[in-house]
Design a binder for this molecule. Sequence first.
Ligand code: HEC
Length: 107
Amino acid sequence: MRFVLIAALGLTSAQLAFAADLPPKPVRLGLCAACHGETGMAQMPGAPNLAGQRLDYLRKALQEYRDGTRNVPLMRTAIGPLNDAELDQLARWYSAQTPQPQAAAHP
Ligand code: HEC
C-alpha cells in the first residue's frame, strides 16, 4: 500500500512539472472553442485567432466586450455569464498557445 501511494505521488509531481508550461485548461473553454478553437485558431469566418496574443491585450479585449466599449453582441453574449477569474483563465490559456499554421485559403 505504501509503495502504491509513493508511486502515485511521484506520478503527480511529474505531471505537474509537465503541466507547468501551460496554464490549466479553463473549465469554460467550451464556450469559446466553437468559434475560436480550443487552441485559439479560429473555427469560423470572422472570428479572430487568439493563440499567442498578449495576455494584457486579451484581458482588456474581454473587459471591453463585457462593459460594452466594444459593442459586439456576439462576444457579449458569449462572455456574459463569466466572472473575472474565468475571463482571466481564458485570457491566460489563449495567450499561452502557440499559433498553428492554417491551411491556405483558396479563393
Ligand atoms: C459565436 C462565436 C464566438 C464565440 C462563442 C466566442 N467568440 Fe470571441 N469573437 C468572436 C468574433 C466574431 C470576434 C470579433 C469581434 C470584433 O469584431 O470585435 C471575437 C473576438 C474575440 C476577442 C478579441 C480578439 C482581438 O484580437 O481583438 C477575444 C479576446 C475573444 N473573442 C475571446 C473569446 C472568449 C474567451 C470566448 C469564450 C468565453 C469567446 N471569445 C467566444 C466570436 C466568438
